[in-house]
Design a protein around this ligand. Sequence first.
Ligand SMILES: Nc1ncnc2c1ncn2[C@@H]1O[C@H](COP(=O)(O)OP(=O)(O)OP(=O)(O)O)[C@@H](O)[C@H]1O
Ligand SMILES: [Mg+2]
Length: 127
Amino acid sequence: MKNTILSAKGLFKSFAHNGGQIHILSHVDMELYEGDFTVIMGASGSGKSTLLYALSGMDRATAGQVSYGGKDLVKMNEKGLARLRHTDFGFIFQQMHLVSNLSLFENIAVPGYLNKNKSAAQVKERT
Ligand SMILES: Nc1ncnc2c1ncn2[C@@H]1O[C@H](COP(=O)(O)OP(=O)(O)OP(=O)(O)O)[C@@H](O)[C@H]1O
Ligand SMILES: [Mg+2]
């Protein structure tokens, strides 16, 4: 029996468009399981990135639930989402968004240095 690590229920993401609303995500139900490697496939513009943003607390869904660690990310405040992004989620973007005056090593290490519970030596080792 696999453990569900994250689940979405009745997820909607809508944007204002031509005086109305355009639904990029509608009625999305899904579960992700601990230890799994999951791939989301779809044509360009079909909403894969939008879904990832909603599942990871990078953006908030318009309606529905995203359950993670006993909490609903759709209802979580900005501070809670920022903490979760820092401690629990890792992202590799299509555009790298690297800080250009840092080395590759430093770019990877930066979030670690923001973690007060880790020493510089631990961050270096992990990087
Ligand atoms: N902030 C926004 N405002 C309005 N429309 C948006 C916004 N963000 C995304 N969209 C639209 O939502 C749709 C889905 O975009 P999304 O980037 O999630 O697609 P994708 O599947 O990740 O595409 P790709 O494979 O090219 O990365 C697109 O039509 C896009 O134009
Ligand atoms: Mg995308």
